[in-house]
Design a protein around this ligand. Structure first.
Ligand SMILES: Cc1ncc(COP(=O)(O)O)c(C=O)c1O
Length: 417
């Protein structure tokens, strides 16, 4: 038996979680055979409270890009805790200033950084800024996009999720077009009344669908032509996951606004950021309290985020990511030759990987089989044929081989079903 929260056993804690947190989610996962309650965690390993060890290939969407409890990240936070706290958001902060400078200098086209405590809040600010800069209200996003569950982020995402909370906006305020459909985007922007287009650079929740060659650049061109701002949601694709610091760098696109979160926290202190171009953030010059967030840009989080940037940008990390990208490419191609009827598509943009299996719920089947094989990887919520794989930036070669071997065994089982 592993260590449990204050000595409770797993069954009791699951009962409490089901009763007091989100009953439906707890029941769904248990029904799907994934009764995981994470106890110990280290590097890319997590241990269920019942002691079972899993290799984490989902990383909570990239929160753990650098591993669970990365010692250097933990060290930076521990050191910061000897003198800092959250800080006071009304006053200028040295920690916020240094992080803002670093983010702005590392990101093409940006001039300001505003901090948030999570990705949804940062997306909300991105949309608010675009509206203020353009004086327009409408927002265009991709069908089956995911931008978070706060107000504007929710409205820009899946329509049913937004309307179920009465948060879908006024008719025509939030419009969705298919990703990779240039014509649909051109039509949506032609009225010159759209404040912002928001896109995930490689949409995660449909299984990391890569943008067609030239698509993102063409969307940006259409935005410029029609006076619309281009918001790049890099909450999952940023911070080295594509092999570049930002996914947009890979596609030679300079957005007006870029949103980052998840991995910026080092998995240890929540922080997210909205990076704004001169035009998008101009309101910051005249309206100092135009946006406030008590916890956004907490100083402890700023220290952590700077450590994350340093580790992510280290030449050694970048070289390792290039190596890993190649290993996954070769390993998955090899698997596809072994199971051509079952493993039907591989989408890979750096370490953003979606794998399709020949069944409407193939990704879910593989999630369950991999769980039994000691690997945690999650199906794509908006296209359950796909499994998402988000290997850590510092995953070792041995761990990569272990993961590929587990995939092989899972495919073997599934193909024989
Ligand atoms: C692409 C993308 N944008 C935004 C968000 C929202 O981030 P948060 O859950 O921190 O609000 C997520 C979270 O999964 C995401 O994947």
């Amino acid at each position: 038996m592993d260590r449990t929260a204050e000595g409770y056993d797993k069954a009791t804690l699951l009962t409490l979680a089901e009763r007091y947190t989100c009953p439906d989610r707890v029941r769904f996962l248990q029904g799907a055979g994934v009764d995981l309650m994470i106890g110990r965690r280290r590097g890319y390993r997590i241990w269920d409270l019942d002691g079972r060890e899993l290799l984490d290939l989902h990383l909570n969407g990239g929160v753990y890009n650098l591993g669970h409890r990365n010692p250097e990240v933990v060290g930076a936070l521990t050191e910061a805790l000897t003198s800092l706290d959250i800080g006071n958001h009304h006053f200028p902060s040295g920690e916020r200033a240094l992080l803002a400078e670093e983010l702005v200098n590392r990101t093409s086209g940006m001039r300001y950084a505003v901090f948030a405590s999570g990705g949804g809040e940062a997306v909300d600010l991105a949309i608010k800024s675009a509206r203020r800069a353009t004086g327009r209200g409408r927002v265009v996003s991709a069908k089956d996009a995911y931008h978070g569950h706060t107000g504007l982020a929710l409205a820009a995402g899946d329509e049913s999720a937004a309307t179920s909370f009465g948060s879908g906006g006024a008719p025509g305020e939030f419009r969705r077009v298919p990703f990779n459909d240039v014509q649909a985007m051109a039509e949506a922007l032609a009225g010159q009344d759209v404040a912002a287009v928001i896109l995930e650079t490689v949409p995660a929740t449909v299984g990391f669908l890569p943008p067609d060659p030239g698509y993102l650049a063409e969307v940006k061109r259409l935005c410029d032509l029609n006076g619309t701002m281009f918001i790049a949601d890099e909450v999952q694709t940023g911070l080295g996951r594509t092999g570049s610091l930002w996914g947009v760098d890979l596609f030679d696109v300079v957005p007006d606004i870029l949103v980052t979160g998840k991995g910026l926290s080092g998995g240890i202190y929540p922080i997210a950021a909205t990076l704004l171009s001169e035009r998008a953030g101009n309101w910051l010059e005249t309206d100092g309290w135009g946006h406030v967030s008590t916890f956004g840009g907490a100083e402890l989080g700023c220290v952590v985020a700077r450590t994350v940037l340093t580790l992510t940008q280290a030449q050694q990390t970048r070289d390792h990511v290039v190596h890993l990208i190649g290993l996954w490419r070769e390993g998955l191609a090899e698997l596809q030759t072994r199971y051509p009827e079952w493993l039907t598509d591989i989408r890979q943009t750096g370490l953003c990987i979606g794998v399709e299996f020949n069944n409407e719920a193939g990704g879910m089947v593989m999630t369950r089989l991999l769980f039994d094989e000691g690997v945690w990887a999650m199906f794509a919520g908006f296209d359950r044929r796909y499994l998402q794989l988000k290997p850590g930036l510092l995953l070792s070669v041995d761990e990569t081989q272990e993961a590929l071997a587990a995939l092989d065994r899972a495919c073997q089982k599934a193909a024989g079903l």
